[in-house]
Design a protein around this ligand. Structure first.
Ligand SMILES: Nc1ncnc2c1ncn2[C@@H]1O[C@H](COP(=O)(O)OP(=O)(O)OP(=O)(O)O)[C@@H](O)[C@H]1O
Ligand SMILES: [Mg+2]
Length: 329
């Protein structure tokens, strides 16, 4: 059986809708209008033990709703969700001891207390033995390099230091399944990289299963072999990141430094010009025609340097979600 299984799961929110303007407000006092928001709409997937999966999608796609449902904070409108054999919304103690949810946009640690006090609270709540607690705390603070800040109230820490403490708080009971909702949001590139390495290490060392959402494609690229792409509450893609690129970006980018000057007219015969800053040129070429295009370039351009690359994944994803891509309805 899969560690996580999600079967035809939907989550609808009922939102109260007011008509615009003053009269709208008066009317709404008499008759309230409600509208259903299909935040997640009939999705199915399963996750095996030890996988590290990236959940991607634009704002409002349904990522947080899915993670909240998997941790039992929300009750499914339809379908079934099972994690480690538990039904999450029952919020059984045994289940909660095995999982953790970290939200980059929310504090779970107590604002006015030093991190260490919150960690001790967690220790009591999860019934962690003294020795285990000490060694786990020691290891996590060392890995994240925040030992020196344990006694300082959370509100006085920088965003990056606070996020690291949030992670420690979430991992102190050594959960098997970890849900990370934008753990690197707003952090500088150095701390982002730190956290990425830490997440990869945690996944490997404890064979933990991790579901991560992020708007930074660097996180997803560095950590996740498999991605689940979601938009308007539906899964658009579930598979390897490299396959996603192949499927949604049918062209590669051929960049060259030319020894001969070639006219724009001759170049467009070879492929779509993405950039032409003589002597450097970048063309977009369909995957199947790369060989031909390179041959032609060499023939007419006296090529001094050449490279073939997948397009920037950030660009690919942006194109998909801005609906430029015909595969998205
Ligand atoms: N408590 C709520 N009540 C009503 N609607 C909600 C609620 N929470 C979320 N929604 C709506 O459900 C949809 C999905 O929201 P969700 O937070 O899951 O998106 P997301 O993929 O996490 O987006 P983001 O990248 O912005 O965090 C959105 O249309 C949102 O407005
Ligand atoms: Mg979200």
């Amino acid at each position: 059986m899969s560690l996580i299984s999600v079967n035809h799961f939907s989550k609808y929110y009922t939102v109260y809708k007011k008509e615009p303007g003053f009269m709208g407000s008066v009317k709404s006092l008499l008759v309230r209008k409600y509208e259903e928001v299909k935040a997640v709409d009939d999705i199915s997937f399963s996750v095996e033990s030890g996988e590290l999966i990236g959940f991607i999608g634009p704002n409002g796609a349904g990522k947080t709703t899915t993670l909240k449902s998997l941790t039992g904070l929300l009750y499914p409108t339809k379908g079934e969700v099972s994690v480690l054999g538990y039904t999450p919304f029952e919020r059984k103690h045994a289940f909660l001891k095995e999982i953790s949810l970290v939200m980059g946009q929310k504090n779970q640690l107590l604002w006015d207390l030093p991190a260490i006090d919150s960690f001790i609270l967690n220790k009591e709540m999860y019934g962690i033995a003294d020795k285990t607690f000490k060694s786990q705390l020691n290891e996590l603070t060392e890995l994240l390099d925040v030992k020196a800040f344990l006694e300082i109230p959370i509100r006085k820490l920088s965003l990056g230091q606070r996020m690291k403490m949030e992670l420690i708080g979430a991992l102190i009971h050594n959960p098997k399944v970890l849900f990370l909702d934008e753990p690197t949001i707003g952090l500088d590139v150095v701390v982002q990289k730190n956290l990425r390495e830490f997440i990869a290490e945690y996944n490997k060392k404890y064979e933990a299963t991790i579901l991560l959402t992020s708007h930074y494609m660097k996180d997803v690229e560095a950590l996740c072999k498999r991605v689940i792409m979601i938009n308007h509450g539906k899964i658009l893609f579930d598979g390897e990141l490299s396959k996603l690129i192949e499927q949604y970006a049918p062209t590669k980018e051929v960049s060259a430094v030319l020894g001969n000057k070639i006219s724009e007219k001759d170049i467009v015969k070879i492929g779509e010009v993405k950039r032409y800053l003589a002597p450097q040129i970048t063309l977009r070429i369909p995957r199947a025609h790369i060989g031909d295009a390179v041959k032609k370039l060499i023939e007419i351009g006296n090529v001094e340097d050449l490279s073939v690359q997948d397009p920037d994944i950030e660009d690919v994803i942006r194109d998909i979600f801005s609906a430029k891509n015909p595969q998205e309805s």
